[in-house]
Unconditional design. Structure first.
Length: 294
């Protein structure tokens, strides 16, 4: 079993959207950092023609980078989305994945569990919507591009297992974010152990906990969870990566693709190279420690 390290273009989102850096230069920087692949977010190539996408694919190949693709929100039952809406989105993303050479398209549900905690019936409706849409997608969408559902900030590990079992197709799996279980108030290690056998790829980041005090600092109002780059927070990445290195892959000998998701980025702040370099070096160390595999 091998783990290939990559970088998600979300790490450069603010600079890309402010036109401070071109996607071509993002590719060059990621390759220079020694990553094996880049994960395009579909939003970052939304205005590219087929010819431009093929040029990006050629540049990535020249730089020695593979490409994977993140789609976006598959749909929200609570917003009135239908199975046909989900299929339309998936069809577009699969075509995009085929154009750039990605073996899969990552998707997410789009709701935040924190907003629906008091409404379990609405969470159940979102789960049913995903199962129905993914079942239908397997039936009618041509090709062999995998569809990977990210454990986002929505379902529990058990609910994700139910979705995958409900769809019951080798074409549909999990895109495993090692840290996102925090968003549904679950222990990341427990969820990662549960979902790793279903996942051929995923994200890695880190998190910090920031206290929010009353004005005289006598007590806290609460605390915030802030995402950061791997190695900059308090996550037990040693144990989490250890689960990946010891779990048999669902797709045999193919490498597990683990991409750094640097959500903590800002307009006008070109700090990606330094922070990604430190994160990738840490991850290489964790992968290659006893019991790991590179």
């Amino acid at each position: 079993m091998r783990i290939a390290l990559g970088v998600d273009t979300l790490s450069y989102h603010c600079r890309l959207e402010n036109h401070e850096i071109a996607l071509e230069d993002v590719l060059r920087e990621i390759a220079d950092l020694g990553a094996a692949f880049t994960q395009f977010n579909a939003y970052h190539v939304r205005d590219r023609t087929d010819r431009s996408l093929e040029s990006l694919r050629a540049l990535a190949s020249e730089l020695g980078l593979d490409i994977t693709l993140s789609g976006d929100v598959l749909g929200r039952a609570g917003d009135g989305d239908t199975v046909d809406d989900g299929l339309r989105r998936l069809r577009d993303w699969i075509r995009l994945a085929e154009t750039v050479g990605s073996p899969f398209v990552r998707v997410s549900s789009g709701f935040y569990r924190a907003e629906l905690y008091a409404f379990p019936e609405r969470i159940a409706a979102e789960q049913r919507y995903l199962i129905d849409t993914l079942r239908r997608a397997v039936e009618v969408l041509p090709g062999d591009t995998q569809i990977l559902l990210e454990n986002h900030s929505d379902f529990t590990g058990e609910e994700y297992s139910e979705i995958i079992q409900g769809v019951d197709s080798p074409r549909v799996g999990v895109f495993l974010d090692l840290i996102n279980p925090i968003s549904s108030l679950q222990d990341p290690l427990t969820v990662v152990r549960q979902l790793a056998p279903l996942a051929p790829s995923g994200h890695v980041k880190d998190f910090r906990l920031v206290s929010q005090y009353v004005e005289d600092k006598f007590h806290r109002r609460g605390f915030d969870v802030r995402w950061c780059y791997p190695g900059e927070g308090v996550a037990d990445l040693t144990s989490l990566v250890g689960v990946l290195t010891s779990t048999p892959r669902p797709d045999g000998d193919a490498p597990y693709r683990l991409s750094v998701e640097g959500l903590d980025n800002y307009p006008g702040v070109a700090d990606q190279r330094e922070r990604l370099a430190a994160s990738l070096e840490l991850l290489k160390t964790l992968i290659n420690q006893p019991g790991g595999a590179s």
